[in-house]
Design a protein around this ligand. Structure first.
Ligand code: THU
Length: 162
């Protein structure tokens, strides 16, 4: 028997003012676009903004439905939009923020499992890592260098042998 461990390393910034200008701008956009969320059921508004390597910016927000499982997270809306509008342009960074109308919005958001899997799929499609900036309306900001770090022991297309 062998014991294995996996190690997650990421940067923690005190607040948005500690980020470089390009990252701070992207997170600010993510904060602002939370206002476009359609989240009447959870009242948890999420914004995700992608910067492509060609400098183009694509935003997404969560889109809920009375039939709850149909709802889409902001990250996957942004990823699908970027892949649809610029199918051959790599993603450099995605910034995610939220506004919790029920309570506190000051701790960095944590993407759900489905979004981690989706981020990983798009990262696998390109040669460079997708950086992930996780924020909130104020307070600390986490920066993860690659989507793969957020989903260890992941299931990927390579396992399908197609
Ligand atoms: N949500 C996102 O859009 N992204 C996340 O990273 C976490 C959760 C959405 C899904 C749902 O509309 C609401 O937030 C509450 O779970």
């Amino acid at each position: 028997m062998e014991k294995k461990s996996l190690h997650l390393e990421f940067m923690v910034y005190e607040d948005i003012s500690s980020l470089d200008d390009a990252d701070a701008w992207l997170l600010k956009e993510a904060r602002e676009v939370t206002a476009h969320a359609y989240a009447p059921y959870s009242r948890f508004q999420v914004g995700a903004v992608i910067r492509l390597v060609n400098g183009e910016i694509i935003a997404g927000t969560n889109q809920e439905n009375a039939s709850f499982p149909i709802g889409l997270c902001a990250e996957r809306v942004a990823l699908a939009s970027a892949a649809s509008v610029y199918p051959n342009v790599d993603i450099d960074t995605i910034a995610v923020s939220y506004h919790n109308l029920n309570g506190d919005s000051s701790y960095p958001i944590s993407p759900c499992g489905i979004c981690r899997q989706s981020l990983l799929e798009y990262e696998g499609k390109q040669d460079t890592p997708i950086r992930i900036i996780l924020g909130s309306l104020n307070g600390k900001v986490f920066v993860i260098e690659r989507a793969n770090d957020l989903l260890p022991l992941s299931f990927t297309g390579e396992m399908l042998n197609v």
